[in-house]
Design a protein. Structure first.
Length: 101
C-alpha cells in the first residue's frame, strides 16, 4: 500500500490484518471523541492537532509507519484513512477476483 507517498505492506484480507484494523479503529475512535469534545469547548486548534495525532497513531499502531509526516491539515490526514480503507477494499476485491478465475 501507499499512503501520502509512504509505502508499506499490509494484508487486509487476513485474520491478523482484520484484527489489527479493528484495534486501530477502536483507538482512533476514542481519540476522535476527545477531539469532538474539544470542538464543543471551542478548542478548535486542540481538536485539529488531536485529529492529526489520531491519524498518525492509527497508522503507527497498525503498520508501525508514520504516514502523516509533516502534514498539518486534519482534513488531509483524515483523507489518509479514507485512502487506506479504499485500498483495503481494492485488495479484498483482487483476492475474490483471483479466486473466481
Amino acid at each position: 500500500m501507499k499512503i501520502n507517498n509512504v509505502s508499506f505492506d499490509f494484508d487486509a484480507t487476513s485474520l491478523e490484518g482484520i484484527k489489527a484494523v479493528e484495534e486501530a479503529f477502536k483507538k482512533h475512535s476514542e481519540l476522535s471523541k476527545k477531539s469532538a469534545a474539544y470542538i464543543k469547548q471551542g478548542r478548535l486548534y486542540d481538536a485539529a492537532v488531536l485529529s492529526i495525532e489520531a491519524v498518525k497513531d492509527f497508522f503507527i499502531s497498525l503498520v508501525n509507519v508514520d504516514v502523516v509526516g509533516e502534514c498539518n491539515s486534519p482534513v488531509l490526514a483524515a483523507a489518509f484513512i479514507e485512502d487506506f480503507q479504499k485500498q483495503c477494499e481494492e485488495q479484498r476485491q483482487r483476492v475474490k477476483k483471483d479466486y473466481f478465475k
